[in-house]
Design a protein around this ligand. Sequence first.
Ligand code: 3PY
Ligand code: MG
Length: 246
Amino acid sequence: TFADALRESTGGPPALLGLWAGFLTPFGLEALRGTDLDWLGIDLQHGALEPQDVPPLLRVADASGTPVLVRVPSHDAALLARVLDAGPAGVIVPAVESAEQAAALVRAVRHPPYGARSTGLTRASLTGGAGPAAEPLLLPMVETAEGLRHAAAIASVPGVDGLFAGPYDLALSLGRRAADDPAVIAAIRQALDAARQHGRIGGLFAGNIALAAHLPPVHLVAADTDAAALRAGVRHTLDTFRTALD
Ligand code: 3PY
Ligand code: MG
């Protein structure tokens, strides 16, 4: 599975590039066929998508073999379980700040004996996304100064698969204006280094090509959001036409 392949590639893998979806519909995802997307992030924290939007998007993603990671809006165990029931490759959890919080997340996302997640007749159990051989990825986000202080402790909690950096909240938390501020880049590097030193997966939301040049080896990069990519695409097309018609 995608999750297992990532877990086994902790050396220095090529970054897998994803799109971060805040409003994408199943048809929108079908329209992205052929764009070479390595993975799709479904964002339930910001944007317009709701938990009930996850299964229809997963059906389209499954049909094209695109792995899906869902960024949940909170640490709520019941919501995590419902999202995982739909069968994504993993979850990304915002603002994790301590090993205790990470351990609580492990209990929420792992079945016994590693956690306390319940089982049932779920989409995940029907599509092979359940069972010990197909444990979903658990990727806590490091996106606050407090989380950064505890990044190594969070990464080393058994059952945590990796760390996912959030440059924009890190910038806010560190009192910086921009995600590519040197202090924010140093913080991102620190989080990704902590993941690597513990043999864990490293990922980040980028949304800004200026970040790319400064990254240590990383597994997962959310390159852009659906909304920003749509804006950029429309802008580029109109500019091109205006130039040609001038
Ligand atoms: C952040 O940069 O804070 C994120 O959560 C990315 O969406
Ligand atoms: Mg954030």
